[in-house]
Design a protein around this ligand. Structure first.
Ligand SMILES: Cc1cc2nc3c(=O)[nH]c(=O)nc-3n(C[C@H](O)[C@H](O)[C@H](O)COP(=O)(O)OP(=O)(O)OC[C@H]3O[C@@H](n4cnc5c(N)ncnc54)[C@H](O)[C@@H]3O)c2cc1C
Length: 461
């Protein structure tokens, strides 16, 4: 194993934006978005279309409101590309999982606005449907757009019950996203005379469309860029009952900088593994460069094939992403780590990093597994416990009552007992199955740990 980085090599470890600057940048970005929205919402007032001139009272208000809702929905639709485009700059400020949460919430807002917009616009005309006439083609583009938006939403929400594999859905989702943007721009440019001729609103739509297209090309070419820095599979080994440990080394003399707890998208050029990118936490520590490690639990069609990778297969990495890790908190703070099953990977990265630098602070690690045979890294965990003087490790098992070990799920009572000696000011990291994280977070708050000290990482975006 390589030696940990020392002294002036340390800046090679990933980028962390200081909290003050992060808040400043986040505020500036949100303010810019709100200003853009405010500017767009002035269009139905400052650039009235002739259809507004002959409307009064409630009809005029409804038409104007409809246009404002449509403009808001349109801006939100264009915003989804930076939100879901895996941009490192935005990840450093907002964190990718947070951006993806926003992406999912915006989907609801877009659907609601897109459904109300035509009602508000058509009702003042005394209509509920668009007439089947050639001159109404921009309105019909709007109808097609609405159908696309609704299909995109329904398929994304109920993908699993429809039996759609993630990668099939993702391909459909991306193509539909681009079509939605194209339909949106055509609809906006031709549906209302507010956007006609050489006025400012038309120019704004053209600039927004051009920016979106450039941005889209940048996002879609990300994999071409990462292909220039390939990695090679250097180790593939089963660990625990259902996990595979995969190690990569850079093919050329390149340095991959990251922070403990971060994740990447990895894809392989291999005879046995399909080259689709999947998200995995780096279980290795950045203090030991030259090797990246993943611990992959077999849970679906792709992860079941990972054991078939061969030494020397090429791998491509997009990332790193995420803000889940002890380096994002105060360096003197006591730490509590609660992992469920494979949720140990970010904790492992943090603990390996802390062991390399002899971090003496108290750390309590609660690791819940189904049974003892599911536990990976048993020897290394013991070695870490020996190296980290402040580490207190508490293994728990949910299925079988091991002699002398705890059994059953983590609940309020067990957590209260296990954490009775821990400071209420500790930073707490929780990673595991969604249901477990939800329950543990609630229980932690009930026993007196403030919500702002609890950081969670979900293994699903
Ligand atoms: C931030 C993050 C960190 C993760 N870290 C680890 C880890 O350290 N170890 C580990 O074993 N697992 C980790 N995962 C989970 C891992 O990504 C999935 O288990 C894996 O992609 C499942 O693929 P599958 O085709 O075998 O299973 P499937 O049954 O096809 O998929 C199961 C679920 O995994 C997710 N998923 C599937 N394909 C993709 C994809 N291409 N991109 C993103 N998500 C996808 C979907 O939510 C899907 O519903 C992590 C996930 C995330 C989001």
């Amino acid at each position: 194993m390589s030696k940990p980085l020392q002294g002036n090599e340390l800046p090679l470890i990933g980028t962390i934006i200081p909290p003050g600057l992060r808040v400043l940048l986040a505020t500036a970005i949100v303010a810019l978005l709100l200003l853009t929205l405010a500017g767009a919402l002035t269009i139905p007032f400052a650039f009235e279309s002739p259809s507004m001139w002959y409307k009064f009272g409630i009809e005029k208000t409804s038409l104007r409101a409809g246009k404002m809702l449509g403009l808001t929905a349109g801006l939100l639709m264009l915003l989804q590309l930076p939100l879901a485009g895996r941009l490192k700059f935005l990840d450093r400020i907002f964190s990718l999982p947070g951006l993806m949460r926003q992406h999912r919430m915006h989907a609801w807002a877009i659907v609601i606005l897109a459904l109300i917009h035509p009602l508000c616009v058509l009702l003042p005309e005394g209509r509920l449907i668009v007439p089947l006439e050639m001159r109404y083609w921009p309105e019909w583009i709007g109808v097609v757009l609405l159908v696309f938006i609704l299909s995109q939403f329904v398929v994304s929400q109920w993908r699993q019950s429809m039996g759609l594999a993630f990668h099939t859905w993702m391909r459909f989702h991306r193509i539909a996203g681009l079509l939605i943007a194209v339909l949106l721009v055509v609809h906006a440019l031709y549906v209302s005379e507010s956007f006609s001729e050489d006025g400012l609103p038309r120019l704004a739509v053209v600039v927004a469309a051009a920016a979106f297209l450039l941005f889209w090309m940048w996002v879609r070419s990300a994999w071409l860029r990462v292909r220039r820095k390939p990695f090679l599979v250097s180790r593939v080994e089963p660990t625990g009952s259902d996990c595979t440990c995969v190690e990569l080394t850079p093919a050329a003399q390149t340095f991959f900088s990251y922070v403990p707890g971060q994740f990447v998208w990895v894809s392989f050029a291999s005879a046995t593994v399909v080259p689709e990118p999947h998200a995995f936490t780096l279980s290795s520590a950045p203090s030991r460069p030259g090797m990246l490690q993943f611990t992959i639990r077999a849970c679906g069609d792709w992860t079941h094939t990972v054991g078939g990778l061969s030494i020397g297969d090429r791998a491509f990495i997009q990332g790193p992403f995420g803000r889940f890790g002890h380096l994002h908190t105060d360096p003197d703070r006591e730490l509590i780590m609660i992992a469920g099953g494979i949720g140990i990977t970010p904790m492992l990265s943090m603990l390996r990093f802390m062991a390399d630098y002899g971090d003496p602070r108290p750390v309590t690690l609660i690791w819940s597994n189904r049974s003892k045979k599911n536990v990976a890294f048993t020897d290394e965990m013991d070695a870490l416990a020996a190296k980290l003087t402040g580490l207190r490790m508490i293994p728990t098992f949910t299925r079988d009552a091991e002699s002398g070990k705890r059994s059953g799920r983590l609940d309020r009572t067990s957590l209260e007992t296990m954490l009775s000696a821990c400071s209420r000011g500790s930073a707490i990291f929780v990673c595991g199955p969604p249901q477990m994280m939800k329950q543990v977070s609630t229980d932690l708050k009930t026993i007196g740990f403030p919500a702002r000290s609890i950081f969670t990482e979900a293994f699903g975006l």
